[in-house]
Structure formats: structure tokens, C-alpha cells
Design a protein around this ligand. Structure first.
Ligand code: SF4
Length: 311
């Protein structure tokens, strides 16, 4: 056997063990989910696809317990994409309150308008249609497909990444976005059965949010404890992710925020249309988050036509 063949053989064995391990973890996770899942109004089939999409957008970077009153209020005022599509920007920004990253509110309104225009007001059930909507990325599209339409698709947020990387790979999940290895891990660990895959996604996400947390995982209360590779290895590098991520500058939100302010300062009117601000940074999602955070800090104002200005 050549060295390369030997490496491939070992890697194949590792990949097979991921699938086998996830099969053994499934019943433990399923029982824990049935006994411990928090009862939110967007879970257990109690809302429609629009309600699930709204909850997923609102809970990005915001705990679900904080999202709850906002979700209730939004669903009361704008229970359908068509209703939200007819709201004004000022209305949605006001209703966003202190949820943070208020551009998400404007993007949701644009998303609702696109759903009305392209899909007759119905949230689409195809991945390509969902990610083509304003403000909807891979995560939100996957979550809507799995959690509402009950499709078999990996849903990979920070919490799922952390649980899978720890339990199956025995390592800490590092970096801001999913690595190729983490995506592969999530795909291979996902149960082949559709119904099981839905529960797997929900339960791993909930476990990451409530038990296998970033800094203080409550391993004594974890259903995976006896089979967790990370615990077995002695929790190597626990919580290291954030420290490392903050050390670099290139590509960070700090850099993007600086570029936005620099462009605004260079304009005689200190104002830029949204189309021109988009030229500052290629990653539209990151750019939106930076504009929103500048707005939150009172460093810029976002006008109703989405243009941005110094205050
Ligand atoms: S045993 Fe601890 S580290 Fe492993 S998955 Fe559970 S909470 Fe996370």
C-alpha cells in the first residue's frame, strides 16, 4: 500500500465512523429533544413558512428568548409576506426595536416584496428560490426547508457547528464561518431518513444553544456525554474561537465599517445611495451588518430610500 493509499484508507475509515457515531447518537439526541425542547410558537408546526422564516432571520445573532416578543408582534401586524410588503421602511425599522442589526428589518421587507412579486405571496420551497430572495442566505434557506417543509438538508449554524465538531471530531469549532470539513461533517452526520434528519437538525441546534455552549458546556446534562469525542479528549482548546477571530483585521467588520465611513467622508454631501455603498465591499451580507451596526452606534443614518449618510 502506498503512503497516499494508506492516508485515503484512514480517511475513509474516519468518515465511516462519523456516520456510525451519528447513528448511535440519534436516539440519545431524540429523547433529549422530546424532553427538553423549548416550546416556541414557530416550532412543532404551529406556524407557517413565513413565521419560520421570520423567526430564523430574527434569531440570527439574537437569542430566541429575546426574539419571542418581537416575533409575536410582527406576526400580529404582518402575518403574511404581502402584509409586510406594504409596510413603510420607517414602520419596520421602528418595529425592529432593539433586536440589533436593524438592516435585517429592511431586508425582511424587501424579502416580503420579492416573495409577493416572484411567488404570489407564498414562501418558496426550493433552495434556489429561497437564496435568491433579499437577505436570505444558505443558513436561513436551509432552516426554512428543514423546519417548515420538513426536507432533508443540513442546517449549519454556529450552534450546530460547535456540537458536531466537538462531539464527532473531538475539536473546538473555530472561525466565523463553516469550514469545508464542517460542511462535510454535517452532511455525513445527517440521518438518511427524512423525518430523523429534521429532528437531528433541530436537536443539535437546541443542544448547542442551551447545553453545549461556547464557553461553558454543561457536559453533565448532555445526552451525548458518554460518546462525545471532545469530552473524551479533555476539551482541548475549549472556547478559543473568539480570541483568535478577533486578532486579525483584514476582512473583519471593523475594516468594513472603516471603509464605509471613509467613503461617506469623501463625499461632499456626506451621503451615498445604497447602490454606491454596495460598491464599498463585495460581501453584501457583511456590508449590511456593518451599516446596521454603524446605525446602531449613531455613526450613520439610514434614510428611507436605503441611502446612508453621516448624521
Ligand atoms: S459532552 Fe459536552 S462538549 Fe460534548 S457535546 Fe455534550 S456539552 Fe458538548
Amino acid at each position: 500500500m502506498t503512503d497516499q493509499t494508506a492516508v485515503e484508507s484512514v480517511e475513509e475509515t474516519v468518515e465511516e465512523s462519523v456516520e456510525e457515531t451519528s447513528r448511535m447518537l440519534y436516539p440519545l439526541l431524540a429523547q433529549w429533544w422530546q424532553e427538553n425542547a423549548r416550546d416556541f410558537p414557530w416550532r412543532f408546526g404551529k406556524t407557517d413558512a413565513w413565521g419560520v422564516l421570520l423567526s430564523e432571520v430574527m434569531s440570527q445573532q439574537t437569542p430566541m428568548t429575546r426574539v419571542l416578543p418581537y416575533w409575536m408582534s410582527w406576526m400580529d401586524v404582518w402575518p403574511t409576506p404581502r402584509a409586510l410588503s406594504e409596510a413603510t421602511p420607517a414602520e419596520v425599522i421602528t418595529a425592529w426595536g432593539t433586536l440589533g442589526y436593524p438592516r435585517r428589518a429592511l431586508r425582511l421587507r424587501e424579502c416580503a416584496q420579492a416573495i409577493v412579486e416572484r411567488h404570489a405571496g407564498h414562501v418558496p420551497d426550493a433552495y434556489e428560490d429561497l437564496v435568491a430572495l433579499p437577505g436570505i442566505g444558505d443558513y436561513t434557506a436551509s432552516a426554512v426547508l428543514a423546519f417548515h417543509y420538513q426536507q432533508r438538508i443540513p442546517v449549519l449554524d454556529t450552534n450546530v457547528r460547535r456540537v458536531l465538531t466537538r462531539a464527532l471530531d473531538g475539536q473546538e469549532s473555530r472561525g466565523r464561518s463553516a469550514t469545508a470539513r464542517e460542511k462535510q461533517l454535517a452532511g455525513r452526520a445527517l440521518p438518511a431518513d427524512r423525518a430523523r434528519s429534521v429532528l437531528w437538525n433541530q436537536a443539535t441546534m437546541e443542544l448547542g444553544a442551551t447545553v453545549c455552549t461556547a464557553k461553558n458546556p454543561n457536559c453533565d446534562a448532555c445526552p451525548l456525554r458518554a460518546r462525545c469525542a471532545f469530552a473524551a479528549a479533555g476539551w482541548p482548546g475549549l472556547g478559543q474561537k473568539r480570541t483568535r477571530a478577533k486578532q486579525s483585521f483584514a476582512g473583519t467588520n471593523r475594516q468594513v465599517r472603516g471603509l464605509i465611513l471613509k467613503a461617506l467622508r469623501a463625499e461632499p454631501t456626506h451621503e451615498l445611495s445604497y447602490e454606491r455603498v454596495r460598491g464599498v465591499w463585495a460581501d453584501a451580507v457583511q456590508l449590511d451588518a456593518c451599516i446596521a451596526s454603524l446605525d446602531e452606534d449613531g455613526l450613520v443614518v439610514i434614510r428611507a430610500d436605503h441611502s446612508v449618510a453621516l448624521p
